[in-house]
Design a protein around this ligand. Sequence first.
Ligand SMILES: Nc1ncnc2c1ncn2[C@@H]1O[C@H](COP(=O)(O)OP(=O)(O)OP(=O)(O)O)[C@@H](O)[C@H]1O
Ligand SMILES: [Mg+2]
Length: 249
Amino acid sequence: MVKTKMGMKISICGKGGSGKSTLVALLAAQAGAQGFKVLVVDSDESNSGLYRTLGFSRPPTPLMELVGGKKELKRKMSQADLFHQGSILTKDIPADYVLRQNGLMLVSIGKIMQALEGCACPMGVLSREFLKKLELREDEIAFIDMEAGVEHFGRGIDAGIDGVLLVVEPSFESVAIACKIKELAAGIGRRLWAVLNKVGSEALAVRLKNELDQKNIPVIGVVPHDPEVFEASLDGRPLIKGEAVKVLI
Ligand SMILES: Nc1ncnc2c1ncn2[C@@H]1O[C@H](COP(=O)(O)OP(=O)(O)OP(=O)(O)O)[C@@H](O)[C@H]1O
Ligand SMILES: [Mg+2]
C-alpha cells in the first residue's frame, strides 16, 4: 500500500482561560502566512465567539445539525453521507458546514444552547468521529480548539489527532493541568508540545520553561502578555497578529 503524507491535526488544550482560542487564531494566521490551508475545528461546546476572533462574520452551521441534532445523533450519524465514508477530506464537508475565507476554513461541532438540554456527550462523540475520519492533504493543517481541562481525553476526542499543543499561562493550576494532560497524551501515544502564554517578562518565561523542562514538557514558543490581544477580545474583534508567537531558541 502506498503511504501518503498527510497534514497534521493538532488539538489546542489547557486550563480554562489560558488562551487556547487566542492561540488557535494566532497559529491559524501564522500557518496561513506560511502557505498552509488551515482548518479550524471548534470543539468547545460552551464558548461561541471563535468565528469572530478568526474574522468571520457569522458562525458555520454546526456539524451537529448535519446529523439531525443531539437526539438523532446515534441513528443519523451512520446515515449521513459525510460520516458514512471511510475518510473525510476537507473538500467533502458540505458548504453550509464549513466557512472559507482567505485559505482559512472553520467547522463547528455544536454548542449547548439551552438550559436542561442534556449533557454535551453527543458533541464529544461527533468530535471524535469527525476527527478520526478527517484526512488532511500535505498542505493542510488543522487546529482543534478544545474545551477547557481534560474531559475531552476521557471522551476519546484526542484519539483522532496527531499531536497536542498545550497552552500554559503563568499559574500553578495551569502547570498542574499541563502535567495531567501530558500523562493523558502519553497514554494514547500522542506527541505533545507547550506554548507559554500571557508571559509578562523574559525572567518569567525562563522560570516557566525550566519548570516545564523538569516535567519533560517541551516548550516550543512564548506569547507575551499583549494588551492588543486582550483588547481585541474585549471588543470582539478578529485577532490577526500572526507574528505574536515567538519561537524560543
Ligand atoms: N497573550 C495574551 N495577552 C493578553 N491577553 C490574552 C492573551 N491570551 C489570551 N488573553 C486573554 O485571556 C482571555 C482568555 O483567552 P481565551 O479565550 O483565548 O482562552 P481560552 O483558553 O480559549 O478560554 P476558554 O477555556 O474559556 O475556552 C481573553 O480575554 C483573552 O483576550
Ligand atoms: Mg476558548
